[in-house]
Design a protein around this ligand. Structure first.
Ligand SMILES: *Cc1c(COP(=O)(O)O)cnc(C)c1O
Length: 403
C-alpha cells in the first residue's frame, strides 16, 4: 500500500465535498477582544472574531491574567507530573473545591479538558458498573459519544430532547438494570436547551443516574454561573455535572462535580485522569480566578443575553435566516457546505468579519451554517458592521433569506 497516497486521497475527498477545514491563523489581542490579527497569504489583517467560545471575554480579563502571571512566577511552567505522582498543586485543590461549591456538590474533579472529562467519566462509570446501560441524547457531543463507546456498555440513543422516546427506552431497560442518562443542557450548534426537569423526573421514576454536560452553560446561566441547572434550580437533582473551563471561563480544562464517592471513584479508576499530567498551576490559578469572578458578576451574564437577543432581532429584521435558538448562540442557516465556506471567506477577506463555517460532521449534511456568538464586548458598532456585511454577502452569493 502507498500509505501517503491513502492519506492524500482521503483529504482530497474532503476537499471535493467542501468539507475541508482551513484554520484561521489568529493572534488574539488581550485588551482588545474581540479584535484579533489574522495572518493571511500576503500579510496580516485586523478582524473581528464573531465565533469565539470565549463567551464572556474572560480569556483577557485582567483579574484572570494577573492570577496566571502570579502563579506562573510562583510555581513555574508545568505541574511536574500526574496528579498522583507529584503533579497535584494547591491551585488544583482550590479549583476543585470552588467548582464543587459552584454546583452545590460535595466534590469536584478537574481534567485537562472538557473532552477528557466526558470521555473519562462516562467510560469509567459505564465500564465498571456491572451491566450498565447508557441512554444518550442523539445530539450529544463527540466527547460523550467517545466516552460511551469506550465504556463498551450497552447504549440506547433517544431522539433529541424527546421525553417520550426517552421514557420508552427507560421502560425497555427495566427497573433493575443500572442505567445512566447522558445529555447536555445547551446544545451548542442549534442553541436549544434540554427539558432538564422532566429528564430528572424520568430518572427518578426509573432509578437512573443523570449525567449532564453543561459546557455551553457554565459561567453563562444561573445567578452564579452554575449553568442552566442553577438557573432552573435543578442542580441537586443531577448526579454528575460536567463542565469546561475553556468557554465561559475563558481558560482551559474540564471537570465533573457530584458526590464525594462518585468523584473519588473516577479519580481512582479513570484512565484519562490517572495517566495524564495535570494542568499547569498557572492554568488552574487562572481558571480559579475566573470562576470566582464570573460568580460575582451577574451583569456579565445579563449583557451577554442582551447582546445575543439584539443580534438575533437585527439579523431577522434584515432577512437573514437565524435559526430558532433559546440561548446566546446565534446560528444562521446556509444549507450547503461550499456556499457556507464561500460566505465565510467573503466575510473574512472583504469585510474583516471572522465566522467559521460549520460543516459536516459537526452538523448534519444539508444544515451547514454560520454560528455567531456575540459576547458582552461586541458593541453596537461592531454589530452594525456585521449586519451590513451579512446582507451584502447574502445578496452577492444569492443565499436563502429568512422564510
Ligand atoms: C467543547 C465541548 C466539550 C469539550 O470541552 P473542551 O474543554 O473544549 O475540551 C464538551 N462538550 C461539549 C458539548 C462541547 O461543546
Amino acid at each position: 500500500m502507498n500509505y501517503d497516497q491513502f492519506f492524500a486521497d482521503k483529504v482530497a475527498a474532503l476537499k471535493a465535498e467542501g468539507n475541508y477545514r482551513v484554520f484561521a491563523d489568529l493572534e488574539r489581542e488581550a485588551g482588545n477582544f474581540p479584535t484579533a490579527k489574522n495572518y493571511q497569504a500576503n500579510g496580516t489583517a485586523n478582524i473581528t472574531v464573531w465565533c469565539s467560545n470565549d463567551y464572556l471575554g474572560m480569556g483577557q480579563n485582567p483579574v484572570v491574567m494577573n492570577a496566571m502571571h502570579e502563579a506562573l512566577d510562583k510555581c513555574g511552567a508545568g505541574a511536574g507530573g500526574t496528579r498522583n505522582i507529584s503533579g497535584t498543586n494547591h491551585y488544583h485543590v482550590l479549583l476543585e473545591q470552588e467548582l464543587a461549591e459552584l454546583h452545590k456538590k460535595e466534590a469536584g474533579l478537574i481534567f485537562t479538558s472538557g473532552y477528557v472529562a466526558n470521555l473519562t467519566a462516562l467510560s469509567t462509570i459505564g465500564q465498571m458498573m456491572p451491566d450498565c446501560v447508557i441512554i444518550s441524547d442523539a445530539l450529544n457531543h463527540n466527547s460523550m459519544i467517545a466516552g460511551i463507546k469506550h465504556s463498551r456498555s450497552d447504549k440506547l440513543i433517544f431522539k433529541h430532547n424527546d421525553l417520550e422516546d426517552l421514557e420508552a427506552k427507560l421502560k425497555g431497560v427495566g427497573p433493575d438494570r443500572p442505567k445512566m442518562i447522558a445529555f447536555e443542557s445547551v446544545y451548542s450548534m442549534d442553541g436549544d436547551i434540554a427539558p432538564i426537569k422532566e429528564i430528572c423526573d424520568l430518572a427518578d421514576k426509573y432509578n437512573a443516574l443523570t449525567f449532564i454536560d453543561e459546557v455551553h452553560a457554565v459561567g453563562l446561566y444561573g445567578e452564579h454561573g452554575g449553568g442552566v441547572a442553577e438557573r432552573d434550580n435543578l442542580m441537586d437533582r443531577l448526579d454528575i455535572i460536567q463542565g469546561t473551563l475553556a468557554k465561559g471561563f475563558g481558560v482551559v480544562g474540564g471537570y465533573i462535580a457530584g458526590t464525594e464517592s462518585m468523584c473519588d471513584f473516577v479519580r481512582s479508576f479513570g484512565d484519562g485522569f490517572i495517566f495524564s499530567s495535570s494542568m499547569p498551576p498557572a492554568v488552574a490559578a487562572g481558571a480559579l480566578a475566573s470562576v470566582k469572578y464570573v460568580k460575582e458578576h451577574n451583569e456579565l451574564r445579563e449583557k451577554h443575553q442582551e447582546r445575543a437577543a439584539t443580534l438575533k432581532k437585527r439579523l431577522t429584521d434584515a432577512g437573514i435566516p437565524v435559526m430558532p435558538s433559546e440561548t446566546h448562540i446565534v446560528p444562521v442557516m446556509v444549507g450547503d457546505p461550499v456556499l457556507c465556506k464561500q460566505a465565510s471567506d467573503e466575510l473574512l477577506f472583504n469585510y474583516s468579519v471572522y465566522v467559521q463555517p460549520i460543516n459536516y460532521p459537526t452538523v448534519p449534511r444539508g444544515t451547514e451554517r454560520l454560528r455567531f456568538t456575540p459576547t458582552p464586548l461586541h458593541n453596537d458598532e461592531l454589530m452594525d458592521h456585521l449586519v451590513d456585511s451579512l446582507v451584502k454577502v447574502w445578496s452577492q452569493l444569492g443565499l436563502k433569506q429568512a422564510a
